[in-house]
Design a protein around this ligand. Structure first.
Ligand SMILES: Nc1ncnc2c1ncn2[C@@H]1O[C@H](COP(=O)(O)OP(=O)(O)O)[C@@H](O)[C@H]1O
Ligand SMILES: [Mg+2]
Length: 511
């Protein structure tokens, strides 16, 4: 037969490289090559150096191509040949049962094909696998068949290499997707998605959450520290159509100005010293999800300008990058600050404020929803006992509820959470008394959350504090329930201090 080698090579290569699914490519090749080489099957294998094992992972017969996972264990002498690089590069045998290497495949009592052409596949000088063309009967192949088969080494090497890489990538992708799902579930479990008080003190807030969740509009969460802004942000995300996307938090107060751009927008490799690899910024990571800009009031004016640009254009540019990247994100911002006052003082941009405050939600301080305290306390007792792996969940002392409900909670829910943890540690298994909570509700006038206000100097703070305590003790100074004892000072010291601060008082009638 007079074969046009160029034509053969072209047609065979088109089939070998015709599909990323190697079994399909091999099947197509089989039906083409049968007219030129009398084969019954074709196999692709790769060799695992460490184990002396070769693995067949695709084969084709008249029934078509398929993926397989068959191992051939080679005896040590063959393994040694391979290690020393003395395994023949290509050869054929028409009596494989008598061939010095191939005879090992005949040990199991089954009947491997007697005629075989073996072509080793190399890429960049590395042995990556082998091509085996086989016929069941003996004496099927001649020099011409062997030569044709050898022509096909390069396309088979490329196809094998690509297919294995593709498969590896696919496996890695599946592992990552699985890890991601697992970690997200873990995070959810750690942060806990239970919102206590959603039917009580947070009823109004939750109603707004439901109204706004399904939309894409920005939300601005306002409230003192520890009121639950982060909890509400994740509630909005979880109730939104973006819930299967990421919720990425940015603590604007915690990122140094110099790193802000690279954190938010990412950077290209080599954009600055230390940028050893490309990094995606938080906006990019939040794509198809929600970005939660916490403590937005802490952003520098320059950072505010850049943020505004993202909000307007919905695209970002990595530091050191040249192309802009579209981002599809929903923005939730939060602050405990009075942004309007910051605008007056020139510390917050008005245009950014108007973009963010499309839908403001104010989360009331805990002292204004004091009825939620018992439920929250129980919730945290359970949560903390769980975290501390306590065998028995501690109970509340009967007097504790009253104490918890008359305290003014300047640090809000977070302070309550910490107080519970502390009480559990101090209790040694006894009922929780919360005796370390001292101040009464009336001290809510205390400006604990506004330490930035310069008008509140130390004297004013002390005056307000002493007045509050006096109010609570009905102006009683001495005795166990007197102001001096509550403040932890001598009555005479307190009187001297009051004189100095010009605090007037009259002893009130006690009920
Ligand atoms: N309604 C609530 N139900 C359950 N836990 C809450 C609630 N509000 C706040 N927390 C918890 O209190 C702590 C402080 O809440 P966080 O959302 O971080 O407050 P903020 O962001 O306003 O400072 C967190 O541990 C949070 O889980
Ligand atoms: Mg917070």
């Amino acid at each position: 037969m007079n074969i046009d080698e160029k034509e053969f090579f072209k047609e065979a290569t088109l089939r070998i490289c015709g599909s990323l699914a190697i079994e399909k490519a091999l099947g197509d090749f089989f039906f083409y090559v049968r007219d030129y080489i009398p084969i019954d099957s074709v196999l692709l294998t790769y060799y695992l150096t460490e184990y002396g094992v070769s693995r067949t992972f695709a084969l084709a017969t008249v029934e078509g191509g398929k993926r397989v996972n068959l191992e051939t264990h080679w005896p040590p002498e063959i393994h040694a040949l391979a290690e020393k690089g003395q395994f023949p590069v290509k050869f054929y045998s028409n009596r494989s049962d008598q061939h010095p290497i191939l005879k090992y495949a005949f040990k199991n009592g089954d009947k491997p094909p007697l005629s075989n052409i073996i072509v080793r596949l190399n890429i960049d000088g590395f042995w990556i696998g082998g091509l085996i063309l086989s016929a069941e009967k003996q004496d099927q192949f001649n020099e011409e068949h062997f030569r044709l088969a050898c022509l096909l080494e390069p396309p088979f090497a490329i196809a094998l290499c690509n297919s294995r890489r593709y498969q590896e990538l696919h496996e890695i992708k599946e592992i990552f997707a699985d890890d991601k799902e697992f970690l997200e579930e873990e995070l959810q479990r750690i942060s806990g998605d239970e919102i206590i008080g959603s039917d009580f003190g947070l009823q109004g807030v939750m109603k707004m959450v439901r109204q706004v969740a399904s939309l894409d509009s920005p939300v601005l969460l306002l409230g003192e520290t520890g009121t639950g802004k982060e909890v509400i942000a994740s509630a909005i995300h979880n109730a939104s159509p973006r819930r299967s996307g990421p919720l990425i938090r940015v603590n604007c107060g915690a990122i140094p100005d110099t790193l802000m751009d690279s954190e938010l927008f990412g950077h290209e490799k080599g954009a600055f010293t230390g940028a050893i690899k490309q990094k995606r910024g938080r906006f990019e990571r939040a794509n198809k999800g929600t970005i939660f800009l916490d403590e937005i009031g802490e952003l520098s004016l320059e950072a505010q300008v850049r943020l505004l640009r993202v909000l307007q254009d919905r695209e970002i540019e990595r530091v050191g990058g040249t192309e802009s990247i579209k981002v599809d994100i929903r923005i939730i911002a939060a602050t405990h600050r009075n942004l309007e006052r910051m605008i007056e003082e020139g510390r917050f941009r008005e245009d950014l404020y108007f973009r963010l405050q499309v839908f403001p939600i104010v989360i009331p301080p805990l002292r204004d929803r004091i009825d939620d305290v018992p439920l929250l306390a129980q919730h945290f007792i359970r949560k903390k006992s769980n975290e501390m792996k306590l065998a028995k969940v501690p109970v509340l002392d009967p007097l504790a509820i009253n104490r918890l409900m008359t305290y003014h909670w300047p640090g809000n829910v977070r302070e309550l959470e910490n107080a519970v943890e502390r009480a559990i540690i101090l209790s040694h298994g006894e009922p929780l008394t919360f005796s370390h909570l001292r101040l009464s509700k009336s001290s809510s006038a205390l400006p604990t959350n506004h330490l930035h206000d310069s008008s509140l100097n130390l004297h004013q703070v002390m005056t307000a504090h002493i007045q509050n305590v006096l109010e609570m003790t009905k102006n009683r100074i001495e005795g166990e329930r007197g102001a001096a004892n509550l403040l932890g000072v001598n009555p005479s010291t307190l009187r001297a201090k009051m004189k100095k601060l010009c605090i007037k008082y009259e002893r009130k009638n006690q009920l």
